[in-house]
Design a protein around this ligand. Structure first.
Ligand SMILES: *[C@@H]1O[C@H](CO)[C@@H](O)[C@H](O)[C@H]1NC(C)=O
Ligand SMILES: *[C@@H]1O[C@H](CO)[C@@H](O)[C@H](O)[C@H]1NC(C)=O
Ligand SMILES: *[C@@H]1O[C@H](CO)[C@@H](O)[C@H](O)[C@H]1NC(C)=O
Ligand SMILES: *[C@@H]1O[C@H](CO)[C@@H](O)[C@H](O)[C@H]1NC(C)=O
Ligand SMILES: *[C@@H]1O[C@H](CO)[C@@H](O)[C@H](O)[C@H]1NC(C)=O
Ligand SMILES: *[C@@H]1O[C@H](CO)[C@@H](O)[C@H](O)[C@H]1NC(C)=O
Ligand SMILES: *[C@@H]1O[C@H](CO)[C@@H](O)[C@H](O)[C@H]1NC(C)=O
Length: 337
């Protein structure tokens, strides 16, 4: 089974939501890209949004090593609720698809539990939204012991978001349970052509989306990378521990996209070099660390991230040449010497 994971990325720190969460970019699995709003458990019991699906995904996250690699959130996306709130106005999970309720669905594996709601009066797919119910919904989510809330923006006025999302964060905070707040308000403001106040976004959210949903295609990944590459000045400077921009995923050299992130006060960097060509032979990335903005005159000790291979020591001006497969990525850390 294919498991899709998300990874949030960044550049430097300005302001951040101070709830102790997202000190590093959160990573995990979210149901939307693969399972969408499939609620027909009679016809498609193995792929519908149900407790069985999330138990299965939680098992895979543990058994296939994703959890060990740091992908520790399992998030329920759209279409989990019953079509109506209960008599007290509380959200309830669909009783047929989630007969055991939400508590203990994900936590038994030591994973963190993500949940989805919407700032508007209904969610994008017509389930009850949080408009007029934010305090009650925050309390409901805390009682289910969620660890993350993705707060979508369908059927809301994007002009209300700058104060409305922080109200939800306020109520989440008041529950006393640390809940990572993942916002979508910048996506909806972008669609309206509004100027986005990323200072407010970073103050109010642990992660935020900027662009369209990711789809199951390399074209979609590239389009998102392009959007980020085109707009680095807007939001990357606002990201940092506590608040990360979420590309759902920083510069460009020819067919290569180059992403750089300062990792620590000691001057370490992570560099990602992505080959955005999707066919043919591996291409030569021919540059220097100096050209990538790493200027420590003693140079850097470079290590490949995925398997820990030492790549050697490089001065800012020494050739930094690697072949990167089509659609491939080279991810290294550079520690100053
Ligand atoms: C509504 O709230 C009352 C009082 O707390 C409680 O007794 C009742 O069970 C609740 N109803 C539902 C449907 O949860
Ligand atoms: C609530 O906010 C305060 C101040 O920003 C912060 O110190 C605290 O950790 C937050 N608590 C929770 C549960 O998020
Ligand atoms: C952006 O948000 C910040 C923090 O909430 C606020 O102080 C500032 O006035 C806002 N800027 C604009 C242009 O609205
Ligand atoms: C990025 O900028 C290029 C060049 O201006 C443009 O062709 C492309 O459509 C932009 N892509 C996105 C996703 O914004
Ligand atoms: C990127 O991939 C393309 C085709 O897969 C290849 O032609 C190109 O040489 C690669 N670029 C680098 C720099 O590795
Ligand atoms: C890399 O670029 C430098 C300067 O542009 C050039 O002198 C060198 O030959 C290139 N190396 C390779 C392997 O293409
Ligand atoms: C450089 O990093 C490698 C791991 O990639 C490590 O084994 C080595 O000790 C480091 N060397 C220095 C001088 O820090």
């Amino acid at each position: 089974m294919k498991v899709y994971v998300w990874l949030s990325t960044v550049v430097s720190m300005a302001t951040a939501l101070d709830n102790g969460l997202a000190r590093t970019p959160p990573m995990g699995w979210l149901s939307w890209e693969r399972f969408r709003c499939n609620i027909d458990c009679d016809a498609d019991p193995n792929n519908c949004i149900s407790e069985q699906l999330f138990k299965q995904m939680a098992d895979i996250m543990v058994e296939e090593g994703y959890q060990d690699a740091g992908y520790n959130y399992v998030s329920i996306d759209a279409c989990w609720p019953a079509p109506q709130r209960d008599a007290n106005g509380s959200l309830v999970p669909d009783p047929k698809r989630f007969p055991s309720g939400m508590n203990a669905l994900i936590h038994s594996k030591g994973l963190k539990f993500g949940m989805y709601e919407d700032f508007g009066h209904t969610t994008c797919l017509g389930f009850p939204g949080s408009e007029f119910y934010m305090q009650q919904d925050a309390q409901t989510f805390a009682s289910w012991e969620i660890d993350l809330l993705k707060f979508d923006g369908c059927y809301s006025n994007p002009r209300d978001a700058d104060y409305g999302y922080p109200v939800m964060e306020f109520f989440l905070n008041k529950t006393g349970r640390p809940i990572l707040f993942s916002c979508e308000w910048s996506v909806y403001q972008r669609k309206q052509g509004m100027a986005i106040n990323y200072t407010a976004v970073a103050n109010g959210c642990n992660t935020w989306r900027n662009y369209n949903d990711i789809q199951d295609s390399w074209d979609s990944v590239l389009e998102i990378l392009d959007y980020w590459g085109n707009n680095t000045g807007d939001f990357l400077s606002k990201a940092g521990p506590g608040s990360f921009s979420d590309p759902d995923m920083a510069g460009r050299e020819g067919i290569f996209q180059v992403w750089r992130k300062e990792l620590a006060q000691d001057g370490s960097y992570a560099i990602a070099i992505i080959n955005s060509s999707d066919h043919g032979m591996p291409n030569l990335f021919n540059s220097t660390l100096g050209e990538l903005g790493l200027s420590n005159s003693n140079g850097y000790n470079v290590t490949e991230v995925f398997d820990g291979t030492p790549m050697g020591q490089f001065k800012p001006q020494s050739p930094f040449n690697f072949r990167v497969n089509p659609s491939g990525i080279l991810l290294v850390t550079c520690a100053p010497l």
